[in-house]
Design a protein around this ligand. Structure first.
Ligand code: URA
Length: 251
């Protein structure tokens, strides 16, 4: 299969009708865009992210200065909240530790809890297709979650669980220094941006991750997109916005 055929397959998985290349500028890869007006870039930080540490609201876990191996070991033995009693495995994160793109989801589900890797179930397959639609292989990005342990029955994370887990994610962000954070889903977007604003209002624009200067784009969770395929079009626009934002940042 040619690269173009592969790409068409990914776009189809995203529910995007392929369009022949006139708007090539908006696509990360040749000839794959829909003829929509592009959403405006609301905030485009001009300077690269400073290396300033981001500190957690509740610093129950001092992980400052830990390298990747020490951090992963610390997470694997974490007992900061009750989720350690029901987890099968911790789900630390996966991918390129020097990635431009950091994708942050909510929490491990059943498959992730079994395998110890984020986004390996059906939602993960759609996430892979979404990334590939903008020319990214899964291994090129880093993927993590707000929580490292599965909440029982996939219930929403509790505030105290998020706060206990936050230092780990903040240290990962500090180590990666990504060019862009893609927050997938309401839980990720609201916790990262520390807001209660609905995801439908958070998506479609460029935010900044706290005081880091790192641009953050929120989009719908792939599990939601599997239930509501009509929204894939908006997720596609968010991905295109992310591509443009990163490109502008790198210029
Ligand atoms: N949903 C998430 O938010 N994260 C995962 O890792 C899997 C499903």
């Amino acid at each position: 299969m040619t690269t173009r055929e592969q790409q068409l397959q990914y776009l189809e998985a995203m529910g995007i009708q392929a369009w022949t290349a006139r708007h090539a500028e908006a696509a990360a890869v040749e000839g794959s865009v829909e003829p929509d007006p592009e959403p405006a870039v609301v905030v485009a930080p001009e300077t690269p992210a400073p290396a300033a540490p981001v500190t957690s609201v509740l610093d129950t876990t001092d992980v400052s200065g830990l390298d990747w191996e020490m951090l992963e070991a610390r997470v694997s033995e974490c007992r900061q909240c009750d989720l350690h009693t029901s987890r099968t495995r911790t789900v630390f994160g996966v991918g390129n530790r020097n990635a431009d793109w950091l994708v942050i989801g909510e929490a491990p589900g059943h498959d992730e809890d079994q395998q110890g890797e984020p986004f390996v179930g059906r939602a993960g397959q759609l996430l892979n297709a979404m990334l590939q639609a903008v020319g990214l292989q899964r291994g090129q990005v880093y993927i993590a979650n707000i929580l490292k342990c599965r909440p029982p029955n996939n219930r929403d994370p509790k505030t105290e669980e998020v706060l206990c887990c936050e230092p780990y994610l903040l240290r990962q962000i500090e180590l990666i220094q990504p060019g862009l954070i893609l927050a997938v889903g309401r839980i990720a977007a609201q916790n990262l941006l520390q807001t209660q604003t609905p995801i439908g209002k958070l998506r479609g624009e460029v935010h900044t991750f706290r005081d880091t200067g790192i641009p953050l784009i929120a989009t719908y969770h792939p599990a939601y997109l599997l239930r509501s395929p009509a929204e894939k079009r908006k997720a596609w626009q968010d991905l295109q916005l992310a591509v443009r934002t990163l490109r502008e940042r790198r210029q």
